[in-house]
Design a protein around this ligand. Structure first.
Ligand code: MTE
Ligand code: MOS
Length: 770
């Protein structure tokens, strides 16, 4: 059902409470971090006396003040909360200060006197590869005989693909409030996708038990993966200050600090060697994939694994070798970001296919189709999973037809032949994205439902709300299960004391997981009510049904609230937990083989762009999307996810550029220099449709499919449309790097251009005269 977002009325009226809006106790302190100003070095001396003497300051905390473990690393314990002696990136937290207000805390933090002994810094992927610096061991996945096939192939291409990173730019920055409770307990209010991890890390930092730490999150103003591991750092620092002072400490990062301190999407480079036949079919492929992980492991292991496992996208790679290096650099530690490595893997193969097409003089869509997975053969991925419900053909066929791709492609080629200045480009690209956490254990969820005697329902589950509509979807599942209107269901804040040991709200799987868990809890209560009705009214359970807020018992009809009140008086339990674990999945992370994904989500998009070859500016003119969400849990919310995901992907690939200088300082740390798309970047002509009558063939919640991340990768069509326009200049294979900023576009044009800017300028006047 297209019910509106459960908080829509609060969002639009400004009444939704985000962590920063929570009323604070009178003696609350405000925190700020002191950061490293160098990329790599040893702290020789640290004088914090000026910080302590600064007006309003109550306490300072360093590594020495952490009572337990000074670490917030999730997978590997290599992320200090406060740098102990060595700093490894510009922006690394060294200490935190608590003062009586926010601006005084920030001002005080700048007063620290630090002297460093500089150490050599590795700043980019090539430098890390040369030094063999990695945060985790490299991975290698081979199928078939790629080397042999490369030797035999009639055509061969070798090139490098570079894909930039991305800042999450959630509108609400990182924030946590730590409030000491009695007897060593601590309450943490955190803007986090992963309350259970914040709980564990705060417990370790304070040397307490998990049972003493409670973490709550009502909602986030966006997370996009940036609040999967990073919030633990903010919460742990706030908790250490709260522990030291015995007072509530609120720690909120301003935008610049947030961008300097916290991890981003990994940038990648790929050196590839591909062999193909005259039709464009890939015969053999070898790829060296390397990503900038930053100074620590964080989630780089699974992010890079997912890049390896999405390097096929929709294509059958019979003979393939992928080597994946997880490079260590003295920059911020990169982390989860919508798509989790998948988008980068897909960008590699999509550019390879595009280059093959241009080399052979074929339409890239023709080459794509020749390489698609088959439905009954050529349907096993390089990691051993069978593609069971290949929807790529159906989606691409329909979209190519509805968008009149072939006709437009031809028209654009003709247009470009006569107009040298403003070129057009078009591309149609598919998406196949695996749904489930690759680490099998995370694919579990719990829920807790209370029914009160007035017949209203309070729902709690392990997922968090970040704008994606999870709470709405799960509430709809419960409403449906109990035959109640949405108004009867209230979703409460995610809370580690209600549902324990939860997984991060991530991998797009949260409605699959929490929806099923909540359904199980609701079904348990409905079962008890049904049994009570049978005993009380002398009917059998198939004579009892729940709908429209009523319970139908044989020939009688009762308000749900009335049956609940009767059941309460008869001492029937009206509270239940539910649990779900995803079936069928198994995966060996050492060999990268198995069935890591319960199913795949599919989609495709056509983008048409205009590129000004004199300025390098691009404009997205038109987009059409056809996306597979199975049987949608909520079409309105899913549409929002598709549109938002797509545009966020367009930002990643066209305008959002992270730029570090030679000292390893990120210079793009505010909206003045870092350009995210705005509403005006949405194309003037667009159409977004969901694939209809196509329920998930796996037994997911109401046969829906996950939708949070896959649409981001539809934006690859926009990048390749720009590449198409750039190629139009000479027909050669353009070396366009992502993001395709005006500078990148101009560089690509210059590199392959047959004419210089001056010559093109003279053509402008010719074009104007004509
Ligand atoms: N949508 C909004 N509005 N805000 C967000 O932060 N995060 C994305 C996606 N959609 C995000 C979003 C990411 S990275 C993921 S993994 C999924 O939502 C997580 O939620 P889900 O599992 O409920 O889809
Ligand atoms: Mo999303 S990157 O899995 O939080």
């Amino acid at each position: 059902m297209s019910t509106r977002h459960e908080s829509a009325h609060l969002h639009v009226s400004g009444r939704a409470l985000y962590t920063d809006d929570i009323p604070l106790p009178a003696n609350t302190l405000h925190g700020a971090f002191g950061l490293s100003s160098i990329a790599h070095g040893r702290i020789r001396t640290m004088d914090l006396a000026p910080v302590l003497a600064s007006p309003g300051v109550v306490a300072v905390a360093t590594a020495a003040d952490v009572p337990g473990e000074n670490n917030y690393g999730s997978a590997v314990h290599d992320d200090p909360i406060f740098a102990p002696d060595v700093v490894e990136y510009v922006g690394a937290p060294i200490f935190a200060v608590a003062a009586d207000n926010y601006s005084r805390a920030r001002k005080a933090a700048r007063g620290a006197q630090l002297e460093y002994e500089p150490l050599p810094a590795i700043l980019d992927i090539r430098a890390a590869l040369a030094a063999q610096a990695t945060v985790l061991p490299s991975q290698r996945l081979v199928r078939g005989r790629p080397r042999e096939m490369l030797e035999q192939a009639p055509h061969r291409l070798q090139d490098t693909v570079y894909i930039g990173g991305q800042d999450h730019f959630y509108l609400e920055g990182q924030i946590a409030i730590a409030t000491p409770q009695e007897d060593g307990a601590m309450l943490i209010q955190s803007s986090t996708q992963h309350p259970s991890e914040v709980q564990q890390i705060v417990a370790h930092a304070l040397a307490r038990h998990s049972s003493q730490i409670t973490v709550q999150c009502r909602r986030m103003g966006g997370g996009f993966g940036g609040k999967e591991t990073q919030p633990a750092l903010i919460a742990a620092a706030a908790a250490v200050l709260a522990h030291k002072t015995g007072r509530t400490v609120k720690l909120r990062l301003d935008r610049d600090t947030d961008m300097l301190m916290t991890g981003k999407r990994h940038d990648f480079l790929a050196d590839y060697d591909v062999g193909f036949d005259q039709s464009g079919r890939i015969l053999g492929l070898a790829v060296m994939l390397a990503s900038r992980c930053g100074y620590s492991a964080d989630l780089s292991g699974p992010v890079n694994d997912r890049a390896v496992m999405h390097l096929d996208n929709a294509y059958y790679l019979e003979h393939v070798e992928i080597v994946s290096h997880r490079c260590k650099t003295h920059t911020v530690s990169n982390t989860a970001f919508r798509g989790f490595g998948g988008p980068q893997g897909m960008m590699v193969i999509e550019q390879i296919i595009d280059s093959i097409a241009r080399t052979l003089g074929l339409d890239p869509l023709v080459v794509r189709r020749r390489n698609f997975y088959g439905t009954h053969e050529r349907n096993v991925t390089h990691y051993g999973q069978v593609v069971e419900d290949n929807l790529v053909h159906a989606i691409v066929d329909r979209l190519a037809e509805s968008s009149r791709y072939a006709e437009r492609h031809k028209r654009i080629t003709e247009w470009n032949a006569t107009r040298p200045i403003v070129r057009r480009g078009i591309a149609l690209t598919p998406v196949k994205f695996g749904i489930s956490f690759t680490a099998t254990l995370f694919n579990q969820a719990g829920a807790l439902i209370h029914v009160y005697t007035d017949g209203t329902v309070l729902l709690n589950h392990g997922g968090t709300e970040m704008g994606q509509g999870l709470f709405t979807k799960v509430a709809e599942v419960v409403a449906n299960e109990l035959g109640l209107p949405m108004a009867a269901i209230r979703v409460s804040a995610t809370d580690t004391s209600k549902v324990p040991n939860t997984s991060a709200t991530a991998a797009s799987a949260s409605s699959d997981l929490n929806g099923k868990a909540a359904q199980a809890a609701a079904a348990a209560i409905r079962g008890r009510l049904t049994q009570f009705a049978c005993e009380t009214y002398g009917v059998t359970d198939n004579e009892v049904s729940f709908r429209d807020g009523q319970v139908f018992i044989g020939s009688q009809q009762l308000a749900f609230a009335e049956l609940v009140a009767q059941a309460y008086r008869a001492r029937v339990s009206l509270s239940a937990t539910g649990f779900y674990r995803t079936p069928k999945i198994q995966y060996d992370k050492n060999t990268l083989q198995g069935r890591p994904f319960f199913y795949f989500a599919y989609g495709a998009a056509v983008s048409e762009v205009a590129v000004d070859t004199l300025t390098g500016e691009t404009q997205l003119l038109r987009v059409e999307i056809l996306h597979d969400v199975g049987r949608s849990l909520n079409p309105a919310i899913d549409l929002g996810q598709i549109e938002g995901g797509f545009l966020q992907g367009v930002g990643w690939l066209t305008s959002e550029e992270l730029w570090w200088n030679a000292r390893g300082e990120l210079r793009t740390h505010a909206p003045s220099t870092y350009k995210i798309p705005t509403a005006r970047d949405w194309p003037p002509r667009w159409e977004v449709r969901m694939l209809e009558n196509c329920p998930n063939r796996e037994e997911t919640i109401h046969r829906s499919k996950a939708v949070g991340e896959p649409p981001l990768m539809l934006a690859i069509s926009t990048f390749l449309a720009i590449r198409d326009a750039v190629a139009g200049v000479s027909g050669a294979v353009p070396g366009l790097v992502a993001p395709a900023t005006p500078e990148a576009v101009l560089r690509a044009i210059e590199a392959i251009g047959t004419e210089t800017v001056g010559e093109r300028l003279s053509m402008v006047s010719a074009e104007a005269d004509a």
